[in-house]
Design a protein around this ligand. Structure first.
Ligand code: B12
Ligand code: SF4
Ligand code: SF4
Length: 372
């Protein structure tokens, strides 16, 4: 088989496995990616992630994944399905998380493709999300799309609602050319971002991104909580504002919401979600890996931002009885934000009974916010 035939067989195999776009990048280390990553980490853009100079060097060089690497087969899989307008009393879940876990589908697709490349005598390593490789940068180099000001890769005809995956391989495949496209003068995503995470120069302060805030462990900074609105997992606002993404079809049936609650969970029920029910509902989704307490914490923040006095009883129950101090603390914040006389009374009662320092600090801050 000559080089052109081999390349075509690989591309056809990727398509048969389910890739909506497939292009090839050389497996050379990318010095500009190394620099971009290192600069981003040095600015503190990804403070909640264990990324450092060493990670920057590793992620820019596919040979750290596979020493014999010659090519990176980059694939994109479209996942957009129709969204619905937010509803009072319900949280918002990002499109990427409301279906069954994309990691499983992507890994199955990549494993199948890797198996076919191995049949050509190649060695392979696969990556999707968790492997140390700068996926957007390699997809951009391969010409799958361009990096937008929202920092997501936008694939022509598919938009930015695409998952990325790679098969790094020892096969010497003819690489594709990058698209070399930019966003031009558009800045819609920058204006749509409620937290100011996007700088407009194709970089992000990820510590301000709602996607990061809703997935991180620990407390959400108080000043950012009001900006989260009713998002309880991830955020799609910058992509929903993006013209090339909006022009693309939202018809990825394989990534449709598991049910209505997966797309727009009832916040009161989410706040009461305990371990068994969490596992039953979320183990199959991309939300399952973090545990139920983070979702209850996020539900408390969303209820606080809903500013509905009818939600005070659910929040006072969480403040009094949730086993996790993180949830009790954020419930206190939410009661302070609603600020009704009943919320004030319950905060005062709990101040006398609570023993956890984090929760006590939150209660005091909430009482202060009501008095101001
Ligand atoms: C950490 C992480 C996050 C963090 C930080 C996001 C960020 N922008 O860095 C948080 C939790 C915020 C996050 C959020 C989301 N994420 Co995320 N995330 C990752 C992860 C694990 C690492 C990203 C990383 O290294 N960031 C550090 C920055 C500096 O690097 P970078 O984003 O890769 O950017 C490089 C390129 O843009 C490059 N570059 C290359 N060529 C060019 C050319 C030009 C002109 C420019 C300007 C830049 C550029 O510059 C950077 C350095 O190389 C990747 C998987 C992976 N291993 O790559 C998924 C990944 C990036 N996430 C993904 C998704 C789907 C999301 C969300 C959409 C989920 C959601 N709805 O909530 C949001 C999007 C938020 C946003 N606006 O970015 C997809 C992105 C798909 C796509 N189409 O781009 C990935 C690739 C996972 C996957 N396998 O599909 N994520
Ligand atoms: S995902 Fe949301 S918070 Fe993050 S950059 Fe986009 S609009 Fe901003
Ligand atoms: S909204 Fe505009 S600026 Fe932002 S990524 Fe899309 S095209 Fe680029």
């Amino acid at each position: 088989m000559n080089a052109t035939e081999l390349r075509e067989r690989v591309i056809a195999a990727a398509r048969t496995c389910g890739a909506d776009a497939v292009r090839i990048a050389p497996a050379d280390a990318q010095s500009w990616t190394h620099e971009r990553l290192a600069a981003s980490f040095a600015r503190g853009d990804l403070q909640t992630w264990p990324y450092d100079e060493r990670y920057a060097a590793t992620a820019a060089d596919p040979r750290t994944l596979l020493p014999a690497a010659r090519s990176v087969v980059c694939i994109a899989v479209a996942y957009a399905t129709p969204a619905e307008p937010p509803r009072p009393g319900h949280g918002r879940v990002s499109n990427y998380a409301w279906s069954s876990d994309y990691h499983r589908r992507m890994r199955a697709l990549l494993a199948s493709l890797a198996g076919q490349l191995e049949a050509f005598g190649a060695t392979t390593a696969v990556a999707c999300d968790t492997a140390p490789i700068a996926e957007r940068a390699f997809a951009e180099r391969a010409g799958i799309g361009w990096i937008g000001k929202h920092t997501n890769l936008i694939a022509p005809g598919l938009g930015s609602y695409v998952f990325l995956g790679e098969v790094v391989t020892s096969l010497p495949l003819e690489p594709d050319a990058p698209l070399r496209k930019t966003c031009g003068t558009c800045t819609r995503c920058v204006s749509a971002c409620p937290t100011g995470a996007l700088r407009g120069d194709y970089t992000i302060d990820a510590g301000r991104c709602i996607s990061d805030l809703t997935q991180r462990r620990g407390s959400i900074p108080r000043d950012l909580r009001p900006l989260i609105g009713t998002w309880v997992w991830g955020c799609d606002l910058c992509q929903d504002a993006c013209p090339p993404t909006n022009r693309a079809p939202r018809a990825a049936a394989a990534f449709a919401p598991l049910d209505d609650e997966s797309r727009a969970p009832t916040l009161g029920a989410l706040l009461r979600l305990r371990s068994g029910e969490f596992k039953r509902r979320y183990a199959r989704t991309a939300i399952g890996w973090r545990g139920g307490a983070l979702l209850r914490r996020n539900a408390a923040v969303a209820l606080g931002n809903g500013l509905d006095r009818a939600d005070v009883p659910a929040l006072e129950e969480a403040l009094a009885a949730d086993p996790h101090p993180l949830v009790r603390g954020h419930a206190a914040w939410a009661l302070g934000r609603i600020g009704s006389p009943r919320a004030l009374a319950r905060l005062r009662t709990r101040l006398a009974r609570e023993t956890d320092q984090l929760v006590l600090d939150e209660i005091r801050a909430a009482l202060l916010s009501i008095s101001q």
